[in-house]
Design a protein around this ligand. Structure first.
Ligand code: PLP
Length: 407
């Protein structure tokens, strides 16, 4: 008899986006003439940078000739891309990361979800609340939690991100082994300073813990003082893995290219306390279960590091940040407490009421769709997330409608 992995039965069905879709459909049926503006989903709306498209096309043409055709590539990614990443994203900022510490993949979602496979079943895991749900659900699937009770999985150490701690969680009170951090944060849009991040790196070093640092939104950081990479913090190479993506920085959500940085110094321990290289383990896992990102996609991603590509990707980010500034300005003027939108594309708004009630009010009175904060964890209740990924015209229209609806 074939039996299932019963840990999957503990998973809470993710009703967030299907509930949103249902409510939007009902609204549209009742108001067929009213255009709905979606500021909910974290997907980009603008096309790829021209330099990426040109490199993409040229690489497809290479595939059309026997002489330049490429079959299976290196699982870890082509050298041209790994080198460009190491030099431009890390070495140029004083972070000593080598090309062979970069693992190119088809998404930070897969990598942040898969990495937990390397660690033992009985580790204690710390996960922020609110949170990008992948970190939590993949540990539930792997059997590292008990059942879901009163809005939380037993067996997980939740790191509350609240107004009181400026949406940067405090160190856990109990010892933990694996820590997920995400800055700039999805969903709160909050950022962490170098001093704040050093506290976590020091904790990990003192406790032989490991930090999984999700920097999928680093391209949105405007403040030069903020760390873009955890490796800008001294000592982080031994205790941190970093996840990056071209999805939001260069519009690759549908094209798919990302990477994970696993420094060679980074270690985890066996039950006798002997240290082992996580780089070797991840390399083994990656080569066993992954066959590389397609050659044209890697060429398109590498074009982000050319002079034109860099300027064009920056222009994309600037475009969304102009939207974010408008949302911040208008929602603040309406009297809401907000964070985010300064170094991130997400704006986290305290609605001072139930998340779904606020969502319904914005939908029914203004025809604007946001994301209820409660969908990201219990600390998200009372908040909504507005995303800057849309056209400036739509954001302007949405803000005008919200202003009219609330005044
Ligand atoms: N990490 C965070 C925090 C995200 O919000 C997202 C996507 O929304 C991802 C990772 C996934 O990125 P990718 O498109 O590279 O899979």
């Amino acid at each position: 008899m074939i039996t299932i992995n019963e840990h999957y039965l503990k998973l809470q069905a993710s009703y967030l986006f299907s509930d949103i879709a249902k409510r939007v459909a009902a609204f549209q049926q009742a108001n067929p003439d009213k255009e709905v503006i979606k500021l909910g989903i974290g997907d980009v709306t603008r096309s790829l940078p021209k330099a990426c498209i040109e490199a993409f096309h040229a690489a497809v043409d290479e595939m059309a000739n026997d002489a330049s055709f490429r079959g299976y590539g290196p699982e870890q990614g082509y050298d041209f891309l790994r080198k460009a990443i190491a030099e431009n994203d890390f070495q140029s900022r004083g972070a000593d990361i080598a090309a062979d510490e970069i693992f190119v993949s088809d998404g930070a979602k897969c990598d942040t979800g898969n990495i937990q496979e390397l660690f033992s079943q009985d580790i204690t895991i710390a996960i922020p609340d609110p949170v990008y749900p992948v970190y939590l659900d993949t540990n539930v699937m792997a059997g590292r939690t008990d059942m879901f009770e009163n809005g939380r999985y037993k067996g997980i150490v939740y790191l509350d991100s609240t107004k009181e701690n400026n949406f940067v969680p405090d160190l856990p009170k109990e010892p933990v082994d694996l820590i997920y951090l995400c800055f700039p944060n999805n969903p709160t849009g909050s950022t962490i300073t170098k001093e704040g991040l050093k506290v976590w790196v020091d904790y990990a070093r003192e406790n032989k813990a490991l930090i999984l640092f999700d920097a999928a939104y680093e391209a949105f950081i405007q403040d030069e003082e903020l760390p873009k990479s955890i490796y800008e913090i001294e000592g982080a190479k031994e205790v941190a893995i970093e996840f990056r993506s071209f999805s939001k920085s260069a519009g690759f959500t549908g094209t798919r290219c990302a990477f994970t940085v696993v420094p060679k110094e980074c270690v985890a321990y066996d039950r006798n306390g002997k240290s082992h290289s996580i780089h070797s383990l991840w390399n083994r896992r990656h080569c066993t279960k992954f066959n590389g990102v397609s050659y044209p996609v890697q060429r398109a991603a590498a074009a982000v590091y050319s002079e034109e590509g860099n300027a064009q990707a920056k222009e994309l980010v600037d475009y969304y940040m102009r939207n974010a500034a408008l949302v911040r300005k208008e929602m603040t003027a309406l009297g809401y407490d907000i964070v985010g939108g300064v170094n991130s594309p997400y704006i986290w708004i305290d609605g001072k009421q139930d998340s779904w009630a606020f969502f319904d009010m914005l939908l029914n009175k203004a025809g604007v769709v946001c994301t209820p904060g409660a969908g990201f964890g219990s600390c998200g209740n009372g908040y909504i997330r507005i995303s800057a990924f849309n056209s400036y015209e739509n954001v302007e229209k949405a803000m005008k409608r919200i202003k009219e609806a609330l005044s």
